[in-house]
Structure formats: C-alpha cells, structure tokens
Write a protein that binds this ligand. Structure first.
Ligand code: 4AD
Ligand code: MG
Length: 433
C-alpha cells in the first residue's frame, strides 16, 4: 500500500491509499464518523461507516484530537469536500492515542495569542501556521535560487563578532572565552564586503540579532536576513537586484503555494501586481509626500512605522526611498557626490503597511573618509582594522543590501504580526519555547 501525502491525494482518485498523520478533528453522527486528518501537507476529510468498516469505526470513535494514525481508504472526488476529495476509510492503525486525562491543549476554538505563543511548539501544527511556514520555505528557496542564478556565491558571515555594524544601541553582548567580549551579529555586511573583494558577487543568509526595545508587530530580537554584496556595483545596481529578487520570491510563492495562500485567505491579485520596476523616490520627495498627507516629519529625521505606512500606501507595489540624510544612516554609507549631506542608501517599503523590508546602499570606498566616520561615531578603530584593510588593498566601489526575511514573508502571507512567520519567535519578552 503506497503512502500518499495529502497534497498529492487528487492524483489518486479511485485508488486505495494510506495517509500517515494526526487526527485534526472528529465529527460523530450516529453510524457515521467524519474525521479530518492532517499530515503537514494538508487536511483531508474522511468518512467511516460502522456497517462497512466496523474495525476502523471502533478505532476512530472517541479518538482524541492530535492522536497519531495511519489511515487507509479509497480516494473519492467530491466537490463538496474541503480540498475536493474525501477518503472512504477502510482501516485505521493508531500510532499513539492521547489519553482523555491529558488532552491536546490547543482546541479548535479561539485562543488568546499569549497562550498560543506559550504553546508555540504545538501551535505550528494548525493548518494556518503550517501554511505560513510552507510559504516561508518557498520564499527562502526562491531567494537562494535567484541569487545563485544571478551569479552570487553564498559566503556566510560569522555570528560572533568583535564589533558593531548597525549602531551600538541594540547590541547583544556575549561572554566569550577568557574574559573576551563578543557581540551577536546585527548584520553580515562587513564580512561580505571582504568576500565580495574575493569572489566578486556574494551573499549571506543567516540570523541577525538586535536587542530591540520596540514592541511592534515588525520587530524580533532574532530575525533572518539575506544580504547580497557586489564589487564594482553602485546603488542603482542594488535597487535593480532587490526588485528582481522580491518579484521572483513572490512569483515563486504564487506558483508553488496556491494551497497555503488559500488557507491564509491571501489576495493573490495584490501579489501578482508586484512586478519591476518599483517606484523610486528620493527622501526629499518622500518628505513632501508626508507633508501633503498631514504628517509633519521634519527634513533630517528618520521614518517610523507611521511614515512608512503613508508612503507605501500610495503604491500597489513596494516603493524604493533613496538618498536619506547621511546623519541618520550607518557610518559606512557612501555620500552622494552631488550632495554630501545625503547618503547613497535606500530602503524598500512593502505595500499594505508592512514597512521597511530592505535596507542597503553603496559603501564608502575611501580609507580617509571611512576612518573619519569611525572617529565621528566613536567606533573603536582597532576592532575595524581588518575592515579598513579592504580600503587599503584594491578598494573599489561596492554596494549591497539586507532583506529582512520575516518582514517580507509577513507581507507575502498577509499575516498581521511578524512573530507568526518564524518557527520560534524571539521578542523583547519571550525566548521560550
Ligand atoms: O536596514 P538594516 O538595519 O540594514 C542592515 O543591517 C544592513 N547592514 C544590510 C546590508 O546592507 N547588508 O536591516 C535590513 C533589514 C530591514 O530592512 C528589515 O527588513 C530587517 O532587516 N530588520 C528586522 N526584521 C525584524 N526585526 C528586526 N528587529 C529587524 N531589524 C531589521
Ligand atoms: Mg534599515
């Protein structure tokens, strides 16, 4: 008897198959049972008749939610069944029955989000959470595929680092060996600048850590970032790469995850609108748009969630904001030669209020200017001496960006809060389970 995953069941109409999974729900109606089974790829409804399959009926009657089972039955096309097919059950082998004295904690009713986060190790089994993780898998797979197709080599950056990349206010300090201090990485960028000079076009994909005090729906303390970096590249090259990457991720999810997107109730038309080119607006113009919309953010200030939402709501696809004031951007940003008070940096803001999903730009290639910036920002030159070497030995214009995976996937799935798109979220108040 072949084992079939539920997502493949449509291809087996009329056949007898076996599904391995868990009892998701059970409706009992006299001499008929209507169990629903899930196996991580989908949910299928079964029907069991006492008269035709008495043993299967006895095994399932009263079986507890989330008990594990192997179920054999014939697949029947039925347009009324969720998923279009149902299983006429002929045999059930119970792998583990959950005792009634210790029932599965998450019932098929509304639970508070704190309770669900406490039970995150179980919550991920529910079809909606599994659908989100399925989209995450496809998005990441597509992103890596795209980078590889574009000729970018994966060169992962270290997690333990001796210095800060994105400011010193949100660093996680770690007690390293023998009284040494280390920090958890905020971004792999500085190391990518080294590997870009070695391989030309590179990227890393890994976790980043920021001790964010912000309790917003967009912040995690541990999140994943995909960061490309290229030698002999400028800001415009990176904008084009980022819009290609994002569009590719989305079209891949739309193509390969119709089931999960349907489970999530995602409006696929809005995703289909996401095609290059994305609108590009300078920071100066963004400020004017804000003022016209009644938001009085003065020139020179960074944007928060409110500003990002106003700006992104003007478009049906992500918008690229570029040339921010240098004073609000990181120490490594190349100044605009025509207006040195601006940095050649850009952010990409997702539509539908999801905010900044990408930050990047061109890096300073002059040794003198970089040393000056380190001093201005009181960063320890000693810890950056290897980084300065990259400007001493064959410095070239180079640029890159970081795409926040969870923010991107929250937008793709249409999920309200970023904590649902990572298997085990870490936030200001939560590091368990
Ligand atoms: O804009 P950020 O800080 O840029 C960098 O770290 C650069 N060094 C990247 C580079 O050029 N290689 O972060 C990049 C992205 C943000 O746009 C956002 O999507 C995500 O990382 N991000 C977060 N996601 C979740 N929780 C947080 N606390 C995040 N902080 C940043
Ligand atoms: Mg940023």
């Amino acid at each position: 008897m072949p084992f079939v995953s539920i997502e493949q069941i449509a291809g087996h109409a009329g056949e007898e198959i076996t599904v391995r999974g868990w009892l998701y729900n059970l409706r009992e109606s006299g001499k008929l049972l209507f169990p629903q089974f899930r196996d991580g790829t989908g949910v299928v409804q079964g029907v069991v008749s006492l008269k035709e399959s008495p043993e299967a009926f006895q095994a399932l009657a009263g079986l507890t939610q989330e008990s594990s089972v192997e179920v054999t039955g014939r697949v029947r096309a039925d347009s009324r069944a969720p998923g279009g097919h149902e299983l006429q059950v002929t045999g059930v082998a119970v792998v583990q029955k959950i005792p009634e004295s210790d029932p599965y904690p998450i019932q098929l009713k509304e639970h508070g989000v704190d309770f669900l986060l406490e039970k995150r190790h179980l919550w991920i089994r529910t079809p909606r959470q599994a659908a989100i993780l399925r989209v995450r898998d496809q998005s990441i797979f597509a992103a890596r595929e795209f980078m590889h197709q574009q000729g970018y080599a994966l060169t992962d950056s270290p997690i333990f680092t001796p210095s800060a990349c994105e400011g010193t206010t949100n660093l996680f300090e770690v007690a390293y060996m023998d009284d040494q201090k280390a920090y958890l990485t905020q971004s792999g960028q500085l190391y990518l600048e080294a590997t870009a000079a070695a391989l030309g076009k590179v990227y890393c994909f890994g976790p980043a850590f920021r001790a964010e005090r912000s309790k917003t729906r967009r912040h995690l303390t541990e999140f994943w970032m995909l960061e490309p970096e290229a030698a002999f590249a400028h800001m415009d090259d990176m904008m084009a790469l980022a819009e290609g990457l994002i569009s590719y991720m989305i079209s891949s999810v739309v193509e390969h995850c119709p089931g999960p997107l349907a489970t999530l109730g995602r409006d696929v038309e809005r995703l289909n609108a996401v095609r290059p080119p994305f609108p590009r607006i300078p920071y100066d113009e963004a400020i004017e748009i804000l003022h016209r919309s009644g938001n009085q953010t003065p020139w020179g200030e960074d944007f928060g969630g409110d500003e990002e939402t106003i700006l992104s709501s003007q478009y049906d696809r992500p918008v690229i904001v570029h040339r921010y004031p240098a004073s609000i951007k990181a120490f490594y940003m190349e100044p605009d030669p025509e207006r040195p008070d601006l940095a050649l940096g850009f952010d990409i803001l997702a539509p539908e209020g999801y905010g900044e999903i990408v930050g990047g730009g061109e890096r300073i290639s002059s040794l003198e200017l970089l040393v000056q910036r380190l001093r201005e920002q009181n960063l320890p030159e000693e810890a950056f001496s290897w980084y300065l070497d990259l400007r001493r030995y064959g410095s070239v214009p180079h640029a890159g960006f970081g795409l926040g995976i969870e923010r991107t996937i929250a937008w793709i799935t249409g999920v309200e809060h970023i904590r649902e798109v990572i298997p085990f979220p870490r936030t200001i108040y939560r590091i368990s389970p």
